[in-house]
Design a protein around this ligand. Structure first.
Ligand code: NAI
Ligand code: MG
Length: 343
Protein backbone atom coordinates (compact mmCIF):
# COMPACT_ATOMS: atom_id res chain seq x y z
CA UNK A 1 0.00 0.00 0.00
CA UNK A 2 1.21 3.55 -0.62
CA UNK A 3 0.09 7.14 -0.50
CA UNK A 4 -1.97 6.90 -3.68
CA UNK A 5 -4.13 3.98 -2.56
CA UNK A 6 -7.76 5.19 -2.67
CA UNK A 7 -9.49 6.01 0.57
CA UNK A 8 -11.80 4.21 1.23
CA UNK A 9 -10.11 1.13 -0.23
CA UNK A 10 -11.55 -0.04 -3.53
CA UNK A 11 -11.51 -3.48 -5.10
CA UNK A 12 -12.15 -4.17 -8.78
CA UNK A 13 -13.72 -7.64 -8.88
CA UNK A 14 -13.60 -9.79 -12.01
CA UNK A 15 -15.28 -13.17 -11.55
CA UNK A 16 -14.50 -14.36 -15.10
CA UNK A 17 -15.64 -17.79 -16.28
CA UNK A 18 -16.52 -21.17 -14.80
CA UNK A 19 -15.83 -21.57 -11.10
CA UNK A 20 -14.55 -17.98 -10.98
CA UNK A 21 -18.24 -17.10 -10.68
CA UNK A 22 -18.56 -19.40 -7.65
CA UNK A 23 -15.36 -18.87 -5.67
CA UNK A 24 -15.19 -15.08 -5.99
CA UNK A 25 -18.60 -14.42 -4.35
CA UNK A 26 -17.44 -16.76 -1.58
CA UNK A 27 -14.21 -14.81 -1.10
CA UNK A 28 -16.19 -11.55 -1.05
CA UNK A 29 -18.46 -12.92 1.70
CA UNK A 30 -15.34 -13.39 3.80
CA UNK A 31 -13.82 -10.02 2.85
CA UNK A 32 -17.03 -8.17 3.74
CA UNK A 33 -16.83 -9.68 7.22
CA UNK A 34 -13.25 -8.64 7.96
CA UNK A 35 -13.05 -5.40 5.92
CA UNK A 36 -16.59 -4.05 5.49
CA UNK A 37 -15.25 -0.63 4.46
CA UNK A 38 -13.82 -1.86 1.14
CA UNK A 39 -15.82 -0.56 -1.85
CA UNK A 40 -16.47 -3.33 -4.41
CA UNK A 41 -16.56 -2.55 -8.15
CA UNK A 42 -17.74 -5.57 -10.19
CA UNK A 43 -16.25 -5.62 -13.73
CA UNK A 44 -16.18 -8.02 -16.67
CA UNK A 45 -13.59 -10.07 -18.58
CA UNK A 46 -13.20 -13.56 -19.98
CA UNK A 47 -14.20 -16.02 -22.64
CA UNK A 48 -17.92 -15.70 -22.00
CA UNK A 49 -17.64 -11.92 -22.29
CA UNK A 50 -15.60 -12.28 -25.50
CA UNK A 51 -18.28 -14.42 -27.09
CA UNK A 52 -20.92 -11.79 -26.42
CA UNK A 53 -18.93 -8.60 -26.95
CA UNK A 54 -15.93 -9.50 -29.12
CA UNK A 55 -13.29 -8.60 -26.54
CA UNK A 56 -12.00 -10.61 -23.59
CA UNK A 57 -10.82 -7.54 -21.66
CA UNK A 58 -12.89 -4.37 -22.09
CA UNK A 59 -11.02 -1.10 -21.58
CA UNK A 60 -13.40 -0.04 -18.81
CA UNK A 61 -12.24 -3.07 -16.81
CA UNK A 62 -8.60 -2.04 -17.17
CA UNK A 63 -9.55 1.53 -16.23
CA UNK A 64 -11.47 0.38 -13.15
CA UNK A 65 -8.51 -1.79 -12.12
CA UNK A 66 -6.19 1.21 -12.44
CA UNK A 67 -8.50 3.42 -10.41
CA UNK A 68 -9.07 0.88 -7.65
CA UNK A 69 -5.38 -0.13 -7.63
CA UNK A 70 -6.50 -3.54 -6.39
CA UNK A 71 -8.14 -6.41 -8.24
CA UNK A 72 -9.69 -9.71 -7.25
CA UNK A 73 -9.68 -12.01 -10.27
CA UNK A 74 -11.41 -15.41 -10.45
CA UNK A 75 -10.39 -17.34 -13.54
CA UNK A 76 -11.03 -17.33 -17.24
CA UNK A 77 -11.37 -20.07 -19.84
CA UNK A 78 -8.92 -19.73 -22.71
CA UNK A 79 -9.24 -21.95 -25.78
CA UNK A 80 -6.13 -24.00 -26.65
CA UNK A 81 -6.48 -23.09 -30.34
CA UNK A 82 -6.13 -19.69 -32.01
CA UNK A 83 -9.29 -17.58 -32.00
CA UNK A 84 -9.24 -14.36 -34.04
CA UNK A 85 -9.21 -11.39 -31.67
CA UNK A 86 -8.99 -13.42 -28.46
CA UNK A 87 -6.18 -13.12 -25.92
CA UNK A 88 -5.93 -14.32 -22.33
CA UNK A 89 -7.28 -11.40 -20.30
CA UNK A 90 -5.39 -12.32 -17.14
CA UNK A 91 -2.01 -12.51 -18.85
CA UNK A 92 -2.78 -9.18 -20.57
CA UNK A 93 -4.08 -7.56 -17.39
CA UNK A 94 -0.98 -8.48 -15.39
CA UNK A 95 1.12 -6.89 -18.11
CA UNK A 96 -1.03 -3.79 -18.67
CA UNK A 97 -1.06 -3.11 -14.93
CA UNK A 98 2.63 -4.03 -14.67
CA UNK A 99 1.79 -6.37 -11.80
CA UNK A 100 5.26 -7.75 -12.27
CA UNK A 101 5.71 -10.25 -9.44
CA UNK A 102 3.36 -13.13 -8.76
CA UNK A 103 3.64 -14.53 -5.24
CA UNK A 104 2.48 -18.12 -5.04
CA UNK A 105 2.85 -19.71 -1.61
CA UNK A 106 2.50 -23.44 -1.01
CA UNK A 107 1.99 -23.97 2.68
CA UNK A 108 0.84 -26.97 4.66
CA UNK A 109 -2.86 -26.84 5.52
CA UNK A 110 -4.60 -29.40 7.76
CA UNK A 111 -5.99 -31.65 5.02
CA UNK A 112 -4.91 -35.21 4.19
CA UNK A 113 -3.77 -34.12 0.71
CA UNK A 114 -1.12 -31.70 2.03
CA UNK A 115 2.45 -32.47 3.12
CA UNK A 116 3.52 -31.45 6.59
CA UNK A 117 6.45 -29.05 6.81
CA UNK A 118 6.00 -27.55 3.36
CA UNK A 119 6.22 -23.75 3.48
CA UNK A 120 7.55 -22.32 0.27
CA UNK A 121 6.88 -19.31 -1.91
CA UNK A 122 7.27 -19.15 -5.66
CA UNK A 123 8.02 -15.61 -6.86
CA UNK A 124 7.22 -15.65 -10.54
CA UNK A 125 8.16 -12.89 -12.99
CA UNK A 126 4.82 -11.89 -14.46
CA UNK A 127 5.29 -9.64 -17.49
CA UNK A 128 7.63 -11.27 -19.98
CA UNK A 129 9.26 -14.58 -21.00
CA UNK A 130 7.24 -16.65 -23.51
CA UNK A 131 4.06 -15.04 -22.15
CA UNK A 132 4.47 -11.86 -24.16
CA UNK A 133 2.57 -13.81 -26.80
CA UNK A 134 4.80 -12.99 -29.77
CA UNK A 135 4.03 -16.07 -31.85
CA UNK A 136 3.81 -16.77 -35.52
CA UNK A 137 3.94 -19.63 -37.94
CA UNK A 138 6.14 -20.20 -40.95
CA UNK A 139 6.41 -22.94 -43.53
CA UNK A 140 2.68 -22.99 -44.32
CA UNK A 141 1.76 -23.35 -40.67
CA UNK A 142 4.09 -26.31 -40.19
CA UNK A 143 6.56 -24.38 -38.02
CA UNK A 144 5.41 -22.55 -34.87
CA UNK A 145 7.68 -19.89 -33.44
CA UNK A 146 7.40 -18.13 -30.07
CA UNK A 147 9.68 -15.41 -28.78
CA UNK A 148 11.08 -15.56 -25.27
CA UNK A 149 11.99 -12.13 -23.90
CA UNK A 150 13.97 -11.58 -20.70
CA UNK A 151 15.10 -8.07 -19.74
CA UNK A 152 17.43 -6.71 -17.10
CA UNK A 153 14.76 -4.26 -15.93
CA UNK A 154 12.05 -6.87 -15.30
CA UNK A 155 14.53 -9.27 -13.73
CA UNK A 156 15.89 -6.60 -11.40
CA UNK A 157 12.49 -5.51 -10.11
CA UNK A 158 11.16 -9.04 -9.49
CA UNK A 159 14.43 -10.10 -7.84
CA UNK A 160 14.46 -7.04 -5.61
CA UNK A 161 10.87 -7.70 -4.60
CA UNK A 162 11.69 -11.33 -3.77
CA UNK A 163 14.64 -10.36 -1.56
CA UNK A 164 12.83 -7.44 0.09
CA UNK A 165 9.93 -9.76 0.88
CA UNK A 166 12.31 -12.40 2.24
CA UNK A 167 13.80 -9.77 4.53
CA UNK A 168 10.40 -8.45 5.62
CA UNK A 169 8.76 -11.79 6.39
CA UNK A 170 11.93 -13.46 7.70
CA UNK A 171 12.49 -16.04 5.00
CA UNK A 172 16.04 -17.37 4.90
CA UNK A 173 16.82 -18.66 1.43
CA UNK A 174 16.17 -17.81 -2.22
CA UNK A 175 16.65 -20.43 -4.93
CA UNK A 176 17.04 -18.92 -8.39
CA UNK A 177 15.59 -21.29 -10.98
CA UNK A 178 16.56 -21.16 -14.67
CA UNK A 179 17.91 -23.17 -17.58
CA UNK A 180 20.96 -21.05 -18.31
CA UNK A 181 22.98 -24.05 -19.44
CA UNK A 182 20.81 -24.27 -22.56
CA UNK A 183 19.39 -20.72 -22.84
CA UNK A 184 22.52 -18.75 -22.01
CA UNK A 185 21.32 -15.44 -23.54
CA UNK A 186 17.84 -15.25 -21.98
CA UNK A 187 17.90 -17.44 -18.86
CA UNK A 188 21.59 -16.57 -18.57
CA UNK A 189 20.66 -12.88 -18.24
CA UNK A 190 17.98 -13.67 -15.65
CA UNK A 191 20.49 -15.71 -13.64
CA UNK A 192 23.19 -13.05 -13.79
CA UNK A 193 20.90 -10.16 -12.84
CA UNK A 194 19.19 -12.12 -10.05
CA UNK A 195 22.61 -12.98 -8.59
CA UNK A 196 23.62 -9.30 -8.77
CA UNK A 197 20.58 -8.35 -6.71
CA UNK A 198 21.21 -11.26 -4.33
CA UNK A 199 24.63 -9.81 -3.52
CA UNK A 200 22.88 -6.88 -1.79
CA UNK A 201 21.21 -9.28 0.67
CA UNK A 202 24.10 -11.18 2.28
CA UNK A 203 21.95 -12.24 5.23
CA UNK A 204 19.76 -14.31 2.90
CA UNK A 205 21.20 -17.53 1.50
CA UNK A 206 21.06 -17.75 -2.28
CA UNK A 207 21.40 -20.88 -4.35
CA UNK A 208 20.37 -21.83 -7.87
CA UNK A 209 18.92 -24.84 -9.67
CA UNK A 210 18.17 -25.75 -13.25
CA UNK A 211 14.44 -25.92 -13.70
CA UNK A 212 14.36 -29.67 -14.37
CA UNK A 213 16.35 -30.35 -11.21
CA UNK A 214 14.10 -27.96 -9.30
CA UNK A 215 11.09 -29.98 -10.48
CA UNK A 216 12.76 -33.16 -9.24
CA UNK A 217 13.48 -31.70 -5.80
CA UNK A 218 10.01 -30.20 -5.56
CA UNK A 219 8.59 -33.69 -5.82
CA UNK A 220 11.29 -35.46 -3.82
CA UNK A 221 11.88 -33.04 -0.96
CA UNK A 222 9.68 -29.92 -1.08
CA UNK A 223 10.68 -28.88 2.44
CA UNK A 224 14.16 -27.92 1.18
CA UNK A 225 12.67 -24.87 -0.56
CA UNK A 226 11.99 -21.47 0.95
CA UNK A 227 11.62 -18.85 -1.84
CA UNK A 228 11.87 -19.91 -5.48
CA UNK A 229 12.65 -16.98 -7.77
CA UNK A 230 12.02 -17.70 -11.42
CA UNK A 231 10.71 -16.65 -14.82
CA UNK A 232 7.13 -16.63 -16.00
CA UNK A 233 6.72 -20.07 -17.59
CA UNK A 234 8.81 -22.02 -15.07
CA UNK A 235 6.99 -20.21 -12.26
CA UNK A 236 3.63 -21.18 -13.71
CA UNK A 237 4.58 -24.86 -13.91
CA UNK A 238 6.51 -25.15 -10.64
CA UNK A 239 3.80 -23.34 -8.66
CA UNK A 240 1.17 -25.84 -9.84
CA UNK A 241 3.52 -28.64 -8.72
CA UNK A 242 4.04 -26.95 -5.38
CA UNK A 243 0.27 -26.49 -5.01
CA UNK A 244 -0.06 -30.27 -4.76
CA UNK A 245 1.95 -30.19 -1.50
CA UNK A 246 -0.21 -27.40 -0.13
CA UNK A 247 -3.21 -29.71 -0.50
CA UNK A 248 -4.26 -29.14 -4.11
CA UNK A 249 -5.29 -26.55 -6.67
CA UNK A 250 -8.41 -25.66 -4.72
CA UNK A 251 -6.23 -24.37 -1.86
CA UNK A 252 -3.53 -22.44 -3.75
CA UNK A 253 -3.72 -18.63 -3.53
CA UNK A 254 -1.63 -15.99 -5.27
CA UNK A 255 -1.03 -12.27 -5.34
CA UNK A 256 0.49 -10.32 -8.23
CA UNK A 257 2.18 -7.11 -7.18
CA UNK A 258 3.34 -4.01 -9.06
CA UNK A 259 4.36 -0.50 -8.00
CA UNK A 260 0.83 0.70 -7.29
CA UNK A 261 -1.27 -2.33 -7.98
CA UNK A 262 -2.16 -5.72 -6.53
CA UNK A 263 -4.06 -8.50 -8.20
CA UNK A 264 -5.34 -11.27 -5.96
CA UNK A 265 -5.98 -14.39 -8.00
CA UNK A 266 -6.27 -18.07 -7.15
CA UNK A 267 -3.68 -20.19 -9.00
CA UNK A 268 -6.37 -22.44 -10.47
CA UNK A 269 -8.30 -21.95 -13.70
CA UNK A 270 -12.01 -21.99 -14.53
CA UNK A 271 -12.30 -25.77 -13.91
CA UNK A 272 -14.93 -26.49 -16.56
CA UNK A 273 -15.19 -30.08 -15.32
CA UNK A 274 -16.85 -28.96 -12.08
CA UNK A 275 -18.21 -25.49 -12.99
CA UNK A 276 -21.85 -24.72 -12.28
CA UNK A 277 -22.25 -27.44 -9.66
CA UNK A 278 -21.57 -25.33 -6.57
CA UNK A 279 -18.84 -27.72 -5.39
CA UNK A 280 -15.65 -25.74 -6.12
CA UNK A 281 -13.26 -25.15 -3.26
CA UNK A 282 -13.29 -21.41 -2.41
CA UNK A 283 -10.19 -21.65 -0.20
CA UNK A 284 -7.72 -20.53 -2.90
CA UNK A 285 -9.80 -17.42 -3.59
CA UNK A 286 -10.33 -16.71 0.13
CA UNK A 287 -6.61 -17.05 0.88
CA UNK A 288 -5.82 -14.80 -2.10
CA UNK A 289 -7.91 -12.12 -0.40
CA UNK A 290 -5.91 -12.73 2.78
CA UNK A 291 -2.71 -12.14 0.79
CA UNK A 292 -4.14 -8.87 -0.52
CA UNK A 293 -4.99 -7.79 3.02
CA UNK A 294 -1.54 -8.75 4.33
CA UNK A 295 0.92 -7.80 1.60
CA UNK A 296 -0.79 -4.80 -0.03
CA UNK A 297 -3.37 -3.22 2.22
CA UNK A 298 -1.33 -3.88 5.35
CA UNK A 299 -4.43 -5.14 7.20
CA UNK A 300 -2.48 -7.73 9.11
CA UNK A 301 -5.10 -8.50 11.70
CA UNK A 302 -7.80 -9.11 9.09
CA UNK A 303 -5.39 -11.33 7.13
CA UNK A 304 -4.61 -13.33 10.27
CA UNK A 305 -8.32 -13.71 10.99
CA UNK A 306 -9.06 -15.06 7.52
CA UNK A 307 -6.13 -17.48 7.50
CA UNK A 308 -6.97 -18.71 10.99
CA UNK A 309 -10.64 -19.23 10.06
CA UNK A 310 -9.66 -21.28 6.99
CA UNK A 311 -7.23 -23.41 9.01
CA UNK A 312 -9.79 -24.02 11.76
CA UNK A 313 -12.48 -24.96 9.25
CA UNK A 314 -10.20 -27.46 7.52
CA UNK A 315 -8.81 -28.79 10.81
CA UNK A 316 -12.35 -29.54 11.88
CA UNK A 317 -12.66 -31.83 8.84
CA UNK A 318 -14.96 -29.61 6.78
CA UNK A 319 -13.95 -29.97 3.14
CA UNK A 320 -15.05 -29.72 -0.48
CA UNK A 321 -14.98 -32.63 -2.91
CA UNK A 322 -11.49 -31.93 -4.33
CA UNK A 323 -9.98 -32.81 -0.93
CA UNK A 324 -11.92 -36.09 -0.74
CA UNK A 325 -15.42 -37.19 -1.66
CA UNK A 326 -16.80 -38.57 1.59
CA UNK A 327 -18.95 -36.03 3.46
CA UNK A 328 -17.84 -33.25 1.10
CA UNK A 329 -19.82 -30.01 1.44
CA UNK A 330 -20.73 -27.34 -1.12
CA UNK A 331 -18.91 -24.09 -1.85
CA UNK A 332 -21.63 -22.14 -0.03
CA UNK A 333 -21.61 -24.40 3.06
CA UNK A 334 -17.83 -24.37 3.27
CA UNK A 335 -17.80 -20.57 3.02
CA UNK A 336 -20.45 -20.28 5.73
CA UNK A 337 -18.27 -22.42 8.02
CA UNK A 338 -15.23 -20.26 7.37
CA UNK A 339 -17.34 -17.18 8.19
CA UNK A 340 -18.51 -18.86 11.38
CA UNK A 341 -14.85 -19.05 12.49
CA UNK A 342 -14.32 -15.32 12.00
CA UNK A 343 -14.48 -13.13 15.09
P1 NAI B 1 -7.95 -25.79 -13.70
O1 NAI B 1 -7.12 -25.20 -12.61
O2 NAI B 1 -9.14 -25.05 -14.13
O3 NAI B 1 -8.39 -27.26 -13.27
C1 NAI B 1 -7.46 -28.31 -13.01
C2 NAI B 1 -8.13 -29.37 -12.12
O4 NAI B 1 -8.21 -28.87 -10.78
C3 NAI B 1 -9.54 -29.69 -12.55
O5 NAI B 1 -9.78 -31.05 -12.33
C4 NAI B 1 -10.40 -28.85 -11.63
O6 NAI B 1 -11.66 -29.40 -11.37
C5 NAI B 1 -9.56 -28.82 -10.35
N1 NAI B 1 -9.76 -27.56 -9.64
C6 NAI B 1 -9.23 -26.36 -9.95
N2 NAI B 1 -9.64 -25.43 -9.09
C7 NAI B 1 -10.46 -26.05 -8.21
C8 NAI B 1 -11.22 -25.61 -7.09
N3 NAI B 1 -11.20 -24.31 -6.68
N4 NAI B 1 -11.96 -26.51 -6.43
C9 NAI B 1 -11.97 -27.79 -6.82
N5 NAI B 1 -11.28 -28.28 -7.86
C10 NAI B 1 -10.54 -27.42 -8.56
O7 NAI B 1 -6.95 -25.98 -14.95
P2 NAI B 1 -7.25 -26.53 -16.43
O8 NAI B 1 -8.27 -27.61 -16.38
O9 NAI B 1 -5.92 -26.83 -16.96
O10 NAI B 1 -7.83 -25.29 -17.22
C11 NAI B 1 -9.22 -25.01 -17.37
C12 NAI B 1 -9.37 -23.65 -18.01
O11 NAI B 1 -8.89 -22.66 -17.11
C13 NAI B 1 -8.60 -23.46 -19.30
O12 NAI B 1 -9.42 -22.75 -20.21
C14 NAI B 1 -7.40 -22.64 -18.91
O13 NAI B 1 -6.92 -21.84 -19.95
C15 NAI B 1 -7.97 -21.82 -17.80
N6 NAI B 1 -6.99 -21.34 -16.81
C16 NAI B 1 -7.14 -20.06 -16.37
C17 NAI B 1 -6.34 -19.54 -15.41
C18 NAI B 1 -6.61 -18.17 -14.95
O14 NAI B 1 -7.57 -17.55 -15.37
N7 NAI B 1 -5.82 -17.62 -14.05
C19 NAI B 1 -5.25 -20.34 -14.81
C20 NAI B 1 -5.19 -21.70 -15.30
C21 NAI B 1 -6.03 -22.17 -16.27
MG1 MG C 1 -1.02 -21.89 -14.25
Amino acid sequence: MNATTPNPLQLCVIEGDGIGQEVIPAALDVLKRVAPDVVIRPMQAGWGYFQEHGTSLPEETVEAARECKAVLFGAVSSPAYPVEGYFSPIVRLRRRLQAYANLRPAQYLPVPTAKEGVDLLVVRENTEDLYIGHEHTENDGQTGIAEKVITREATERVSRLAYELARRVGRKKVTIVHKANVLSQSDGLFRRVALEIAAHYPEITTDELYVDTAAYWLVKEPTRFDIILTMNLYGDILSDMAAAWGGGMGLAPSLSLGEEIALAEPVHGSAPDIAGKGIANPTAAILSVAMLLRHYWNRLEAADQVERAVRETLAQGDHTIDIYAQDAISTADFTARVCAHLP
